[in-house]
Design a protein around this ligand. Structure first.
Ligand code: MN
Length: 394
């Protein structure tokens, strides 16, 4: 047996206990929980084969009561003796995609981001379209191209047409961008023909991850009218490897901003809450933005209520992301198209003037939140590096 050392100020104390899927050299991926600088192999530590699987889905499908019970067991375990064979230094493990992504939806819930994009894409019109304050706008993304942090991103090719050009051309994206977001993971689904009211959110949603919704702005700008984003987004979406349980985020709850006009009844919550999560975006090692999740207009429960109000079913492993997180200040914008105002106002990145992503660039998004007992808890990071477009893709 051994004990787990949690360094003072660790973002992975007992208030957090995020779940992931890891492997060590020569072993199969299985479920672990991060504690301090260690990963605890739950199949070994708890003797339950549901954790010997290469994804969190079977455990998530067991439901909220079981999530509460296992969190209690893990808390008792890691504050006492743990089988030595269950403990691995985090530096010695490989992290994998933590869950099988069933369906993937991306919302657009930041008023600051939607207003900035409106000004950039439609300079002669109202920044917000008429529907924006009546429903959480979203689109269906591509679940099969959700990848774990560290996966390299090949620059996409496609059709693009600059406003000054009369016809489109085919080629590599010249305006490759990021979107710093938070993603929610559905633990237990809901049947076809039923809606999920806001009060059921905490029973059905297992946890949250950081998301980078890579976006090719030139492909997107040409293709998105009238049916929304397609190939400008679907080439890759990166997520952080640690799923922070909703059970760890109780102390991070904050009221959402006042919603005016009031939404329709199915979107009204008694006490709508968002999350006080501070994100940070680093570009080639230089911090360029600090997006605040607490500024988001639509609450996570409203997103799920809207996603299901037409009777659409949900499944274990569904991922719905918040949309780009941007605050009111320029230093809080979660996408480079906003930070550089459509590429017209380059920003300083370690002494270089930059607009969109160059081959070889690396972006890292991190996040922290208040946890129980005054501890801060960490989401870890979502990292990705851009590789040149390949001939094979054309
Ligand atoms: Mn997005």
């Amino acid at each position: 047996m051994t004990t787990i050392d949690i360094p003072p100020g660790s973002l992975y104390g007992t208030a957090n206990l995020p779940y992931g899927v890891f492997s060590t050299p020569g072993t199969k991926p299985r479920v672990g929980v991060r504690v301090g600088d260690s990963v605890v192999d739950l199949a070994v530590a708890l003797g339950d084969d549901v954790f010997a699987r290469p994804s969190l889905n079977p455990f998530m499908a067991q439901g909220h009561g079981r999530w509460v019970e296992v969190r209690r067991q893990i808390t008792a375990l890691v504050t006492g003796d743990v089988p030595a064979a269950a403990v691995h230094p985090v530096a010695e493990v490989t992290m994998h995609l933590p869950f099988e992504v069933a369906d993937y939806v991306d919302f657009y819930a930041s008023e600051h981001h939607a207003s900035n994009l409106g000004r950039l894409f439609r300079p002669d019109a109202e920044p917000l379209l008429p529907n924006w304050k009546h429903l959480p706008v979203g689109y269906h993304g591509r679940a099969g191209t959700v990848v774990v942090s560290g996966t390299e991103i090949v620059r996409p090719c496609g059709q693009r047409k600059a406003p000054a050009e009369s016809v489109p051309t085919f080629g590599e994206s010249r305006r490759l961008d990021i979107e710093a977001e938070l993603g929610f993971v559905v633990g237990t689904g809901s049947p076809l023909g039923s809606a999920v009211p806001g009060e059921e959110f905490a029973k059905r949603v297992f946890g949250a991850v950081l998301v980078n919704d890579w976006s090719a702005r030139d492909i997107q700008a040409w293709e998105y009218v009238p049916l929304g984003p397609f190939l400008g987004k679907s080439f890759a979406t990166s997520v952080s490897p640690w799923v922070v349980p909703l059970l760890a985020l109780h102390d991070a709850r904050v009221r959402t901003p006042v919603q005016d006009p009031p939404p329709l009844p199915y979107l009204i919550e008694r006490e709508p809450w968002g999350l006080d999560i501070d994100l940070a975006v680093s570009w080639n090692g230089h911090e360029v933005s600090r997006p605040p999740y607490r500024e988001m207009y639509w609450s996570p429960a409203q997103m799920l209520a809207h996603l299901t109000v037409n009777g659409a079913s949900t499944r274990t492993g569904d991922l719905f992301a918040s949309g780009t997180i941007s605050g009111p200040d320029k230093s809080q914008r979660g996408a480079f198209i906003e930070l550089t105002w459509g590429g017209k106002e380059p920003i300083d990145v370690g002494g270089e003037q930059r607009t969109f992503l160059a081959d070889g660039d690396e972006v890292v998004i991190t996040g922290t939140a208040p946890g129980a007992g005054g501890e801060r808890i960490g989401f870890g990071e979502v990292r990705g590096r851009i590789l040149p477009a390949t001939e094979a893709k054309r």
